[in-house]
Write a protein that binds this ligand. Structure first.
Ligand SMILES: CC(C)(COP(=O)(O)OP(=O)(O)OC[C@H]1O[C@@H](n2cnc3c(N)ncnc32)[C@H](O)[C@@H]1OP(=O)(O)O)[C@@H](O)C(=O)NCCC(=O)NCCS
Length: 185
């Protein structure tokens, strides 16, 4: 458990490391995991680049980008990735992103991971607003964010360009004060 930034229900977040490339490739390089994401499955070289940029970003001040390996606490295995990107012009607000390896889907881990990321953002980073954008067809992400208490805010039309053409995004958000009452309620 040592080295975790934060630990939740069976899942921990820790800073991503160079040795996490293969574990992250199992998500970013997987066609099912990237089906609703605005990019094609990544190559190993691209994932190496993502990890290198994440490590570089960790040393910047002010720090804007947090990339975490999602670790299964029982086994210490990396089974997912989570990101928090603080907006440069609105540093009270950050965008979050999550991904789990497909063999761990559908067991409630997605909603637990969203809760963990929100807890980190609100309690450790002092954020006021955390939002996530998903593809309209991404039902698993929709439910994971709703179950974790993130409100559906609206639709950004033609937000991303994909190989199938323009795609809308649906935005969800959580606010620190609402989250506090959600937790105690
Ligand atoms: C998004 C993601 C993390 C969700 O993880 P998960 O472990 O499947 O989610 P959960 O098991 O917590 O599911 C959340 C809810 O959605 C339901 N659900 C999961 N997959 C579903 C599906 N395909 N269709 C309908 N409901 C689904 C679950 O039953 C659960 O509801 P419940 O808590 O009321 O039972 C996972 O699907 C993933 O990594 N996807 C690829 C990357 C991605 O799309 N990231 C999000 C970008 S916005």
């Amino acid at each position: 458990m040592r080295g975790y930034e934060i630990i939740g229900k069976g899942l921990g977040l820790r800073e991503v490391r160079p040795t996490d490339v293969d574990a992250l490739l199992a998500i970013y390089g997987d066609p099912a995991a990237t089906q609703h994401l605005p990019f094609a499955p990544r190559t190993r070289e691209e994932v190496e680049q993502i990890v290198a940029e994440a490590i570089e970003a960790a040393s910047q001040r002010p720090r804007r980008l947090y990339v975490f390996a999602v670790v299964e606490a029982d086994t210490d295995e990396v089974i997912g990735v989570a990101r928090i990107r603080i907006e440069a012009d609105h540093p009270h607000s950050a965008e979050m992103g999550i991904g789990l390896r497909p063999d761990h889907w559908g067991r409630g881990m997605g909603s637990d991971l969203v809760r963990l990321v929100l807890r980190y953002g609100f309690t450790r980073l002092g954020l006021h607003r955390i939002w996530g954008a998903r593809a309209p067809a991404n039902t698993a992400a929709q439910l994971a964010m709703l179950v974790a208490g993130m409100v559906e805010e609206g639709r950004i039309r033609h937000h991303v360009w994909t190989s199938d053409g323009w795609r809308d995004s649906i935005v969800h958000s959580a606010l620190s004060d609402e989250w506090e009452s959600h937790r105690s309620g």
